[in-house]
Design a protein around this ligand. Sequence first.
Ligand SMILES: [Zn+2]
Length: 324
Amino acid sequence: MSELFFAGLDVGGTTMKGGVVDDTGRMLSAINLPTEPQRGQDFGLERMCETIRQGVREAGLAMDRIAAIGVATPGLMDIPAGIIIDPPNLRPWRNVPVKSHVAQVFGLPTAFQNDANAAAYGEYCFGAGKGCHSMVLFTLGTGIGGGIILGDRVLEGAHSHGGEVGHIKVELTHPRPCGCGLFGCLEAYASANSVVKRMQELLVEDATPCSLRGRAEFTSRDIFDAATSDKLAAKIVEQTAYYLGIGAMNLMHIIDPEMIVFAGGMVHAGDGFLERIKHHVRELAFPIPATRTEIRYARLGSDAGLIGAAACGRQLYHRLNGAG
Ligand SMILES: [Zn+2]
């Protein structure tokens, strides 16, 4: 029996993660190398190939056992052309021909995808969305990334800007500034960083006693922990659930997905937080999608990008070979 193996590469601003995933989504290996973008993009391309090689070696495989490669990188990018255009986290890289370079070095079919889209595709194939037909992922981290999968297709959009679910508008009257340069985006309210900022602002506005008051630093996790007994923290958490409910509702009214998945550190907030999001969705959305759309937490954790990248390689392989 010949087994199929796919190499994945997830490029981030600090580290690159490489590894091998089999045809069932099982991860055989995962290794990290520093990205060191300041050393330039030629170095970066070589580091990508080295990360793939080491990931394959770590899985105990020779390179000729790999059927296809998938590479996920942060934006801005031209997905069909396989190029990272001007990535804010990878300065000074510019117009980096990732897909053609990796394909040429290894002589293998190579898929290229936005990292947030790849994570969504990973969850769709092998995580929370396994078995469903359409899925939206919101990843709540420093910012809010995510992706939209419709019937095994990643919604890349006409300009590689599809599925930017962190930047749908949730507030337009007195909108908060977003890291993207625009205003009122979901990310400006419900990312881990924004939750901390909103808490800091509330502590200035409202003198109610709060366990976080006077602390030099706290994280969104501290706020969620405090929310069980602390009125101001509970208010921030409830508002965060409300904004995420608006985000989910908007996607439900546009594409009516079978499932909406939330990923990132806030997953640790548990079922109570997910129930509050669902409560707001029921208040905000049309009744049928509000009751029937499955809303749940992601399952792949921080491996979603790597597994998703490999899954993109797997998808390419099966398309080239006539299955799916
Ligand atoms: Zn934005």
